[in-house]
Design a protein around this ligand. Structure first.
Ligand SMILES: Cc1cc2nc3c(=O)[nH]c(=O)nc-3n(C[C@H](O)[C@H](O)[C@H](O)COP(=O)(O)OP(=O)(O)OC[C@H]3O[C@@H](n4cnc5c(N)ncnc54)[C@H](O)[C@@H]3O)c2cc1C
Length: 264
């Protein structure tokens, strides 16, 4: 597949409002930056072809090619993707304690992966107020500090790029499907680097249908709760049609209709 450059990335993705803020084009060069879940080009770059464009999940995605490269099989079109088996799970009490979202399997897996050496680092998402931020975690005992879903966009692939640049070679990664698509592109070596090495250890994809725009959340919630101390966000299963934001142990419940305008 032909790889275009930053100019096309801006025209085809950023200017068309298709960017999902995964950060795949960030931490590769000085030009693309991320702030509050949004990506921007700081300066014009004249390269005709670049990793920024090649890694983006919103430029061309050849699912057959990615499936062949990652799973060694044809893309099935199945909504759940390739799998060996399906389990219902939750963490055990000895795995660790934290503010887990839905049973803590993701945190338990990542902690175990770090402890066992299956990964040498883990790119996880923390929160600063309403802003979701990727962090590179190497201490297994710290994994549960990053548990729970931050429903605003996290530029988590920028965290992966940073970890790869820092020399980590078996990186654990947790992300939503768009970010995992970017990871699949990165792992398929789209710019044909001769001595390419896949620097991922384990990639954990989360189910996701939408994320929230950080600035939108700040706007909706600024007069309703102390955003700096935001501790948890939850969506109870249907038919309850609300989102619950918890700060300083106080819950603020908002109907999903009020949240929908800031879904991306
Ligand atoms: C934006 C978003 C939308 C989601 N939508 C759905 C949905 O529609 N249906 C559904 O069934 N599940 C959805 N999920 C997944 C669900 O909320 C839980 O993440 C999942 O069930 C795992 O639970 P857990 O207790 O095992 O995770 P935990 O052990 O609590 O760990 C959560 C992990 O998610 C990572 N994380 C948190 N926020 C983000 C983020 N914004 N981007 C990338 N990584 C993040 C953390 O680093 C942590 O490793 C969504 C998650 C997110 C982040």
């Amino acid at each position: 597949m032909q790889v275009f450059g930053p100019k096309e990335l801006q025209a085809d993705v950023l200017q068309k409002n298709l960017c999902i803020g995964c950060g795949a084009c960030v931490s590769l060069c000085p030009y693309f930056k991320t702030h509050k879940g949004k990506t921007a080009a700081m300066f014009q770059c004249t390269r005709e072809s670049g990793r920024c464009n090649a890694f983006c999940p919103k430029t061309g995605v050849d699912l057959d090619l990615l499936s062949a490269s990652i799973f060694n099989s044809k893309y099935s079109g199945d909504s759940i993707g390739n799998y060996k088996s399906v389990y219902v799970s939750q963490k055990s009490s000895s795995a660790g304690e934290g503010n887990v979202q839905n049973g803590g399997t993701v945190s338990a897996l990542m902690k175990f992966a770090l402890k066992s050496g299956a990964v040498d680092s883990a790119v996880l998402t923390g929160r600063k107020g309403a802003v979701s931020l990727p962090e590179i975690v190497t201490d297994p005992e710290k994994v549960f500090n990053y548990a729970s879903s931050k429903y605003s966009t996290s530029p988590v692939v920028a965290g992966f790029n940073r970890a790869a640049e820092s020399g980590y070679a078996k990186i654990g990664f947790v992300g939503t499907p768009c970010a995992v698509t970017a990871m699949a592109k990165i792992r398929s070596n789209p710019t044909d680097i001769e001595d390419f090495r896949d620097k991922t250890g384990i990639v954990v994809g989360l189910f996701c249908t939408w994320a929230l725009d950080t600035r939108g959340v700040e706007k909706i919630l600024k007069d309703k709760l102390d955003l700096d101390s935001l501790q948890r966000v939850d969506i109870p299963p249907p038919p309850v049609d609300v989102m619950i934001f918890t700060s300083n142990r106080r819950d603020v419940m908002l109907p999903l209709n009020e949240i929908r305008p800031v879904m991306t």
